[in-house]
Design a protein. Structure first.
Length: 262
């Protein structure tokens, strides 16, 4: 199977920028140090146990840079794309979702532990109330993960199942597929204004919800472990060669994705 000479609108301008934000990391490490200093400074008389809520808060601050490391545009091409691709479906990577659930849960537990450490019913009630939004968000993330977030190409069109929404766009409604040469890298599935397509919210939280004024699909490439240029070319290929859509839903579509080069 060969690659194809499709237009590369936006792709030639794309620069794979996965630089580490050292200033951000330094700031988080400072906050983590402050958190632990606060914990041990407020732990009471010498020899008493430190506040578990404060420790958890410090752990959360320490894990935040990990999100920056994980939530990056994919680099995989060739055989490596099969890690998250099957047939004509490319799934979200698990790392971002799992770390998000861990961080939200740790914050909720830390708030409850802060309330317990006050030793008063009022403090426990107040901090428990603060933890409720985080517990709701944690439950929403779990529910969204069961929806198998993905990009799926079918005979009928493009299906984008996110954490908080689902879009189904027929092929005959798609005007173009462009890789936006900005950060974060995103693939725009452009649809003329007024063109009908299915858009359903699956979660009341925003999570990875689409921009309200965007007509079409907005595919954030940081959720996929595939090189953005390759993913763009793959979607555009089936837009421009409708006679080959018969292979969608089969491993031939995965083979084609694996044979594309950025």
């Amino acid at each position: 199977m060969n690659t194809f000479d499709a237009p590369t609108s936006g792709a030639e301008e794309y620069v794979h920028d996965n630089r580490i934000d050292l200033k951000f990391i330094a700031g988080v490490l400072f906050l983590e140090f402050f958190a632990f200093a606060f914990v041990y400074g407020a732990s009471g008389p010498e020899g008493s146990s430190p506040d578990i809520g404060g420790i958890l808060f410090g752990v959360v601050l320490g894990l935040i840079p990990a999100m920056r490391f994980i939530h990056r545009a994919g680099r995989r091409t060739g055989f490596g794309v099969r890690r998250t691709a099957a047939a004509s479906t490319v799934r979200y990577t698990h790392g971002v979702l799992r770390l998000s659930m861990l961080l939200v849960l740790l914050v909720a537990i830390a708030l409850i532990m802060f309330g317990i450490s006050t030793g008063e019913a009022g403090g426990l009630i107040i901090f428990s109330l603060f933890s409720i939004p985080f517990l709701v968000a944690w439950a929403a993330l779990i529910r969204s993960a069961r929806g198998r977030p993905r990009i799926e190409l079918t005979l009928d069109g493009i299906v984008q199942q996110g954490l908080g929404f689902k879009k189904s766009i027929p092929w005959n409604s798609v005007a173009s597929v462009l890789l936006q040469p900005t950060w974060p890298p995103a693939i725009g599935v452009m649809v003329p204004w007024g063109e009908p397509f299915e858009h359903t919210k699956t979660c009341k939280l925003r999570l990875d919800e689409q921009p309200g004024l965007f007509s079409g699909a907005f595919i954030d490439c940081r959720f996929f472990d595939v090189h953005p240029v390759v993913l763009t070319q793959w979607i555009r290929f089936y837009l421009e060669y409708p006679t080959l859509r018969q292979e969608l839903g089969t491993e031939a579509a995965t083979d084609r994705l694996a044979n594309l080069l950025p």
